[in-house]
Design a protein around this ligand. Sequence first.
Ligand SMILES: *Cc1c(COP(=O)(O)O)cnc(C)c1O
Length: 232
Amino acid sequence: MMVAQQFHEIEKRVLDACARSGRRPEDVTLIAVSKTKPVELLWQAYEAGARDFGENKVQEILEKEPRLPGDIRWHMIGHLQTNKVRQIVGRTCLIHSVDSVKLALEIQKESAKKDLITDVLLEVNVAEEESKFGFRLEETEEALRQISRLSNVRVCGLMTIAPFVSNAEENRQVFRKLNKFYVDMKSKNIDNVNMNVLSMGMTGDFEVAVEEGATMVRVGTGIFGARWKMGD
Ligand SMILES: *Cc1c(COP(=O)(O)O)cnc(C)c1O
């Protein structure tokens, strides 16, 4: 029950952020980040209306997916190792975490084998934090152009994990910077690129992210409660 209430509360806060910033609610998707959480809690979110779930481990998607309804859209949001690509291709609606051309090439290879086109986002380390994966902003256009040549990979937009801050306002410039770059890349109309997704904002800062143009927000703790292990 808690999960349902919290999910509705977050949905409402997304709507309020849309209203404040003149965004259309249908342009923002709330992803329920269910990593480390048991299937029972995902069911509660599902029954409250959640259809987009985010996980950061391939194994966890593979375990949970068969135990939940088939209309769920699974988002891979965590760092993806090339040796796990084979298992995940065809199992997700979107891979948010493409952080190297090498990884994109592997996704291309496995997608071609399965005769699929895999939708991905490029992860951008906007704040250039040492501890984070992702392209630096200055190298993202070149990577985008290279990856756009892969016929079984379709870049649908950009993702960032903003720094951990105590006041969400501190991340406004990070979100604004990525949105500016996103709009710029969109205007270039690169072949085989469909710049329509801007994935940014988590429990601590999703409202600011919506105000700054996010089309997907990834909320875990705010819906499912705290996770136990550090780094989860
Ligand atoms: C865990 C995680 C989230 C959700 O974080 P919360 O602060 O619990 O909302 C969002 N995005 C990514 C990539 C994550 O790994």
